[in-house]
Design a protein around this ligand. Structure first.
Ligand SMILES: Nc1ncnc2c1ncn2[C@@H]1O[C@H](COP(=O)(O)OP(=O)(O)OP(=O)(O)O)[C@@H](O)[C@H]1O
Ligand SMILES: [Mg+2]
Length: 231
């Protein structure tokens, strides 16, 4: 279980996170929602350790990761699929995937076959340049690269943003498999309400750097949505 408690983060004078707490259980997709600019990406980067939090704690099971930098949180079992994908356009699909091996703590130096079982398209495109893939394929590559490290907790920052509907659906099915068959904990930043309702288990809505509502996705009622989300 991932437990983040009372996280704070500021960009100079701009306070982006003001005491956010969040937990994510194995076997569940926990959705982080909220309008543009409320702090969702800052939260993901703070959980991963790419941003060093001003205060608060991040624990994975019994282990306190709060003081660890991102690469050590990665070997501890966390992976982030960043907003905008950040794949390497001038590297091949194979090379992009191999970068994910850096996060492995077991010494495996080969991309696991299960990644290609989840995303068969990547196997046929191994020698293709990342930049030559479609947006949806690049998103699949970014998720696959995170999975290469064998994470226990997968953080995804708006993976459906700007992606065609059939690939959005495929991504949802993969996330469902990861939680139900492999017991992973998934934290999903998502503004697409239908996707949250179809695939998510629990939600937290953020507004101005604070959690303003949490619950089961079956409780995402119209008043909550109109109050805190853009639809
Ligand atoms: N590098 C930065 N320097 C200063 N302020 C920043 C920086 N990055 C983000 N912010 C501010 O911090 C706040 C939270 O930004 P963040 O990117 O976390 O929001 P978000 O919820 O992910 O937005 P979006 O839905 O557009 O992705 C915003 O007010 C933003 O303007
Ligand atoms: Mg963002």
């Amino acid at each position: 279980m991932l437990t983040a408690t009372d996280l704070h983060y500021s960009y100079g004078a701009v306070k982006a996170l003001n005491g956010v707490s969040l937990s994510a259980l194995p076997g569940e997709i926990t959705c982080v929602m909220g309008r543009n600019g409320v702090g969702k990406t800052t939260l993901m980067r703070t959980l991963m350790g790419t941003y060093r939090m001003g205060a608060g704690s991040v624990r994975l099971g019994e282990r306190d990761l709060s003081r660890l930098p991102a690469h050590r949180r990665a070997t501890a079992g966390m992976a982030l699929v960043p907003q905008g994908r950040e794949i390497f356009a001038k590297l091949t699909v194979d090379e992009n995937l191999r970068i994910g091996l850096e996060a492995r703590s077991d010494g495996v130096r080969r991309v696991p076959d299960e990644v290609f079982e989840l995303f068969p398209i990547l196997k046929t495109f191994l020698k293709r340049m990342g930049g030559d893939l479609s947006g949806g394929q690049q998103q699949q590559l970014a998720i696959a690269r995170a999975l290469v490290g064998g994470p226990k907790v997968l953080l995804l920052d708006e993976p459906t943003e700007g992606i065609q509907p059939n690939i959005i659906q495929q991504i949802g099915v993969v996330l469902r498999k990861l939680v139900s068959e492999r017991g992973m904990a998934v934290v999903l930043v998502e503004q697409f309400l239908d996707f949250v309702k179809e695939f998510g288990h629990r939600f937290s809505i953020i507004n101005r750097g604070t959690v303003v509502a949490t619950g089961s996705t079956s409780e995402l009622h119209a008043d909550l949505v109109s109050q805190h989300l853009s639809v």
